[in-house]
Design a protein around this ligand. Structure first.
Ligand code: SAH
Length: 404
């Protein structure tokens, strides 16, 4: 297929020159022979080469850039870029067998997510071009990683903006609809077929470790068991990780029954047993806002509260409403942390900046009448890098706070 040519309006080439990978319709003067899902060369108003990428007229982001060099996007390019992404994870996974291998724009391969879960790779194609390339990508991934099984989880909302229907199923290997077991110290059963994202919140791995270390430190001097309120627990990630030292009593709250069932199975899989290990866990199917209010009304108090809500703001227009949600949750959370206890609080809304999130948490703290200190600023694990040229890539932000 002939490659299309896309001419950028005079003066609108700046973000491209600065290597931002997205080109919106407003910046485009003219497109010639550009096919939806096909490769294009971007040129400035004097027809000088700017970049190479792919095209979809149906999307708001009409072009996504794959290279700023005048090079062909061929088999060699794919091999080079996938190998670079995969090789750069060496050492980052810290003994885990589940981690992100390709982080889309942040690995300079727009629209492609690849996660490893033990002997399965899970691929997410977010755009039309990537969707059309997925067979070739699956083959290269198998070759580069030696992992035979590739499962597709292209069932995200973003695809509708590309005019694409969801696509789910095995691309390579035989999928027997079983849970995949992964290990990152603690063991987790992952539902790659139906679980959130590609099955698990891999981005929180380092924060789970941070929590486990904190709990370990606290237990060294504590006479009593530690109490942990794990809000939005999904399949138990934070509390299971914190349980490795035993002597943690957790309440795990989520609105999803399926997630809670898996959370319970994950506690069992790690051999946590209240008689020997001292680990006890309760599982509550509830709305988190209601449950936290109930905790406040009952004057409950926990050593550690984890607050990891879903994305409240899908776009800038929802920022205010999302901010109210975060404030409400954090206000209740501050009220139920013991004197000298800890709050680990997150936002995964890209539309809420780190700065704004801190302001929201500050305002909740002020209303609660408590005092708080920032011990650590938290972000996604290092296998979820953020391209410096792509601030949109930084969605997960969190704070570890000490509360008095
Ligand atoms: N902390 C988890 C990930 C949380 S994802 C981990 O580390 O794995 C957000 C979770 O919030 C999802 O499991 C979703 O089912 C749950 N959820 C969404 N809205 C909720 C609500 N209003 N009340 C309780 N849980 C909710």
């Amino acid at each position: 297929m002939a490659e299309g040519v896309v001419r950028i309006k005079r003066g609108r080439e700046k973000p491209i020159v600065k290597r931002h990978p997205w080109v919106f319709s407003g910046a485009i003067a003219h497109a010639e022979d550009a096919a939806d899902g096909g490769l294009v060369t971007l040129v400035d108003h004097k027809n000088r080469f700017l970049a190479r990428g792919y095209w979809n007229s149906k999307s708001q982001i009409q072009a996504r850039i794959m290279s700023w060099r005048d090079e062909p996007i061929d088999e060699g390019w794919w091999r080079k870029m996938l190998a670079r992404a995969i090789d750069s994870r060496a050492g980052l996974e810290a003994g885990a067998d589940a981690y992100r291998l390709v982080n889309a724009e942040n690995d300079f391969i727009p629209g492609l997510i690849v996660d490893r879960y033990a002997d399965w790779l899970v691929l997410q194609a977010l755009t039309r071009y990537i969707d059309q390339q997925k067979e070739r990508i699956a083959e290269l991934l198998r070759e580069l990683t030696g992992i035979e099984n590739v499962y597709e989880r292209s069932d995200v909302d973003a695809r509708t903006k590309e005019g694409l229907a969801p696509a789910v199923g095995a691309l390579r290997g035989q999928f027997l609809a079983e849970l995949v077991e992964i290990s990152e110290g603690a063991r987790f059963q992952v539902d790659i077929e139906r679980g959130h994202k590609t099955g698990f919140y891999l981005d929180q791995r380092e924060n789970r470790r941070t929590l486990a270390e904190l709990v370990g430190d606290c237990l060294e001097t504590a006479d009593d068991d530690l109490t942990l309120l794990n809000m939005f627990c999904y399949t138990g990630g934070f509390a299971v990780s914190a349980g490795r030292y035993g002597r943690v009593r957790s309440i795990n709250v989520d609105s999803s029954y399926a997630a809670l069932e898996l959370a319970e199975a994950n506690f069992e899989r790690n051999g946590y047993d209240s008689t020997k290990h001292g680990e006890t866990a309760e599982f509550m199917q509830a709305d988190a806002f209601d449950y936290l209010r109930h905790c406040v009304d009952e004057a409950m108090a926990f050593d550690v509260v984890v607050l990891d809500p879903p994305k409240f703001a899908r776009h800038k227009g929802q920022t205010q409403r999302a901010a109210r949600g975060y404030k409400d949750l954090n206000l209740s959370a501050f009220k139920v942390v013991k004197e000298g206890g800890y709050l680990m609080t997150f936002s995964c809304s890209g539309a809420i900046s780190r700065d704004l999130f801190q302001k929201i948490v500050f305002s909740a703290l002020a209303d609660s009448g408590r005092e708080g200190q920032i011990l650590r600023r938290l972000s996604a694990a290092a296998d979820h890098p953020v391209a410096l040229t792509f601030p949109e890539g930084e969605y997960l932000k969190g704070l570890l706070l000490r509360v008095f």
